[in-house]
Structure formats: structure tokens, C-alpha cells
Design a protein around this ligand. Structure first.
Ligand SMILES: [Zn+2]
Length: 423
């Protein structure tokens, strides 16, 4: 019954198998994600996956539907075909993002503050940013922009081309102006700062008149003509949280959004917790008995350990804000750090610093190109409080320590059970 495989075919077969091992590894990461088997203390798990292999993965998984469906529910992943660091060495291209408590809590809290502010603008209860309105802002266009500004919490991946295998990243939080005509419904404002009333589209242009080959992110230049995103849609503002990833990696990621959207992503907020992560206890204190009290004691002990390390290392929590700056000669966007950035919002005593962690204006959420088309707003401001982020960070630490300890205990039990069987 045994079939004899000719030597050449067998060799090809093994070569094929070797080539596919990376695809299988990527699938394994996704499966592990779906089962909640996440690497401990990490905010990502990644593997090498070259472009051809990524195409194969997408084909085998039947495209994005499967990736976000059966395989990995709520999966967020990044793909960067030519992922090189400072040393020009290729980094792992396929990155599955692990939702740590920090990635869930901080964007959620910030989003809650921003949504209240957006509602206030819509309802004419927000303070005017320019002082043009005597009290609260009642400027039509400002209210209209607020009406069509939509949050995407863990929602919308950002791609640099329309191809399935496009480089992509999946931010924690982003805001996009809906593709509507802002000044319809007879709500055109009567002031004189609108200079371009004949063109109200918000950047959703035809796909076909643009180069979308997307093989090389450096050659891919969305928005280099007047098309905005080369037919792609980009959010105006993106927020990222860095925990186990280095400050350098977080910076690269934040700059990526601005560069690859050619400034359609106007503002990127990077919450850099990496110094604090380095003080976080990687192996947790085990409770000295059953019950909730022992559990709370063990958690407190780990939090004290962390606080001590934070003080020793003078670690802080920082917020970086980048904005897009368009070079007038090349017409290309680069990421520039905003003034007073980075800002320390959590000090080495793990206490909030000052009242305000960061400030945003309405126009920070909209690309310069789109803003030119719809005209200036009265640009109201929102402040995200340091105390709020501090409280949020504290609950995230408790949650993360508890979850980490549960997983460690589970793993230890599996190990000792396994040891019992073999011994
Ligand atoms: Zn106003």
C-alpha cells in the first residue's frame, strides 16, 4: 500500500513544508489568541512572515473575515512587509496585538471624556475655541464637524493600499470624520473663513486613479497628489498605548501613521508606559492560602514591589503627541513632536502630574487637507486629566497583576499535573 515518492518530489515536498512553517506559525499565533493563550506580560506576539507567506496566510484563512471570525475573535494584528529597525535588520512582520488591561482601560477612559466633549459641541455647550462666540460655541460648521466625527475603539485597521496584503496597523483608538458634506442641510455658516465652498468632499476619492501597488511602503505615497489617501480612508487622529513594546518601537509605529497616510492622520498620541512596564513584576506573588483576602494581599504585595522599583529607576508614564507637518517642497508629511512633548503624566511616586495630561483641539482630529475643503471651525478644546489617567492606570495594574497571577497558577498546576503523570 505504501507509495514510493520519487526523490526529487520528496525534496520539493520538504522544501515546501519548510517554506510553510512560518505560515503555520502565524496561524498558531492567531489560534492561541482566539483561545486566550497569550504570552505572559506582553502586549504583542509576533513572528517572521514574508510577503508571499502573508498572501498565502490570507488565502488559506479566506481573507480578513476568518481572521476576525472563527480564528481569532476580536483579533487585532499589524503587518509590515519590510519591517526594518535602526540596524536595517528585518524584524518580525506579523504582530498579533494582545489586549492588556492598559490597552483596554486607557483608550476607553480617554474615549469617554472625548465623547462627552463631542456631544457638548454638538449641543452648543462647549466653550468656543476662538472666542468668536460670546459664551458657548454655537458655530454651525463646528457643530456639524462634531456631529460627523466618529470614534473607532479597537475598531478600524489602517492600511496603506487597497490590496489584501497591504501593510496595516490596528490602533487602540482612532477618530474619523464621516464621509458627509459638512455644509449641506442649509447649515452653511455666515462667517468669512470658508474659502472653498465648491468642494466639500471629505477625502473619499476614486480608487482607480491612484497607484496602489503597495509593494514597498517607501514608494507608496498616499496623498502625494491631491487625492488625500489614494482612495483610502484614514482617521484624523490615532491613539496608541505602549506597554511591553519599547519607546523606540512605539515612536516608529506612531510616525508610521503620519508618514504612510501622508498627513491624513494629522495627530498621533502615544502613551508610553514602557519604563513602568520594566518595573512591573514579571512573576507574581502567590497567595498564601485560598480565598479573596489572600488574593488581595498577594496583589498588594506585587503592587508595592512595582512602586518600589518605579521609585528606584525613576520610571515615569509619558505622553507623546506627534502632528503631521507637510514639507512645502516635497509635499510629503513627516511626524513632528508637538511642543511640550513628551509630557510626564505619572511621576516616579506613581502620582498624577499636574491637572492636565494633554489637550486636544477639534481640528487635531481632522487632516489639514480636509479642513481646507470644509473651512475652519471654532476649534474647541478638550483636556484629558492626569488624575483620570492615573486612576485608570492604577486599576489596570491591579487587573493585570491578578490576571497574570491566575495564568501563572494555571500554568504551574498544568506543569505539576504533567510532572505527576510522567514521574
Ligand atoms: Zn464658536
Amino acid at each position: 500500500m505504501a507509495t514510493v515518492i520519487p526523490a526529487k518530489r520528496a525534496r520539493e515536498g520538504s522544501r515546501h513544508a519548510r517554506k510553510n512553517r512560518r505560515v503555520e506559525r502565524a496561524k498558531q499565533l492567531i489560534r492561541n489568541y482566539g483561545r486566550g493563550e497569550w504570552p505572559p506580560n506582553q502586549d504583542a506576539s509576533s513572528c517572521t512572515l514574508y510577503l508571499g507567506e502573508y498572501r498565502q496566510l490570507l488565502q488559506e484563512l479566506n481573507g480578513g473575515d476568518m481572521l476576525n471570525g472563527r480564528f481569532g475573535h476580536g483579533l487585532r494584528y499589524d503587518y509590515t512587509a519590510d519591517n526594518r529597525g535602526k540596524d536595517r535588520k528585518r524584524r518580525k512582520q506579523f504582530v498579533v496585538r494582545i489586549p492588556t488591561a492598559f490597552h483596554l482601560f486607557l483608550p476607553k477612559t480617554i474615549e469617554e471624556t472625548i465623547v462627552q466633549w463631542i456631544i457638548a459641541i454638538r449641543e452648543g455647550r462647549a466653550q468656543c475655541g476662538t472666542g468668536a462666540c460670546p459664551q458657548n460655541c454655537v458655530h454651525n460648521r463646528t457643530q456639524e464637524v462634531a456631529k460627523y466625527l466618529m470614534p473607532y475603539y479597537n475598531g478600524a485597521p489602517i492600511r496603506i493600499s487597497a490590496l489584501a496584503e497591504s501593510d496595516k496597523k490596528h490602533p487602540s483608538l482612532s477618530y474619523m470624520l464621516e464621509d458627509r458634506e459638512i455644509e449641506d442641510n442649509g447649515l452653511d455658516s455666515d462667517d468669512s473663513d470658508s474659502d472653498d465652498s465648491d468642494s466639500n468632499d471629505l477625502g473619499n476619492n476614486n480608487l482607480d486613479n491612484n497607484n496602489l501597488d503597495g509593494n514597498n511602503s517607501d514608494n507608496n505615497n498616499p496623498g502625494s497628489d491631491d487625492s488625500g489617501g489614494g482612495g483610502l480612508r484614514f482617521p484624523g487622529l490615532v491613539l496608541e498605548v505602549g506597554w511591553s513594546q519599547t519607546s523606540f518601537a512605539l515612536r516608529r509605529k506612531c510616525e508610521w501613521y503620519i508618514r504612510n497616510s501622508n498627513g491624513e492622520v494629522r495627530t498621533v498620541i502615544g502613551i508610553d508606559l514602557h519604563d513602568l512596564y520594566q518595573c512591573y513584576p514579571k512573576s507574581k506573588t502567590q497567595p498564601n492560602g485560598p480565598g479573596e483576602l489572600a488574593d488581595i494581599q498577594a496583589t498588594n504585595e506585587d503592587i508595592c514591589k512595582m512602586a518600589k522599583a518605579v521609585k528606584e529607576k525613576k520610571a515615569t508614564g509619558k505622553i507623546f503627541i506627534w502632528r503631521a507637518e507637510i514639507d512645502s517642497c516635497t509635499n510629503r508629511a513627516k511626524a513632528v513632536l508637538r511642543e511640550n512633548s513628551p509630557h510626564v503624566f505619572l511621576d516616579e511616586d506613581l502620582k498624577p502630574v499636574g491637572e492636565i495630561a494633554f489637550l486636544l483641539c477639534l481640528e487635531d482630529f481632522i487632516s489639514v487637507r480636509v479642513l481646507k475643503k470644509i473651512g475652519a471651525t471654532h476649534n474647541p478644546q478638550v483636556a484629558i486629566g492626569s488624575k483620570l489617567l492615573h486612576a485608570c492606570f492604577k486599576s489596570a495594574v491591579v487587573c493585570q497583576v491578578r490576571e497574570g497571577r491566575e495564568n501563572e497558577m494555571k500554568k504551574n498546576k498544568e506543569k505539576s499535573d504533567g510532572g505527576g503523570l510522567t514521574g
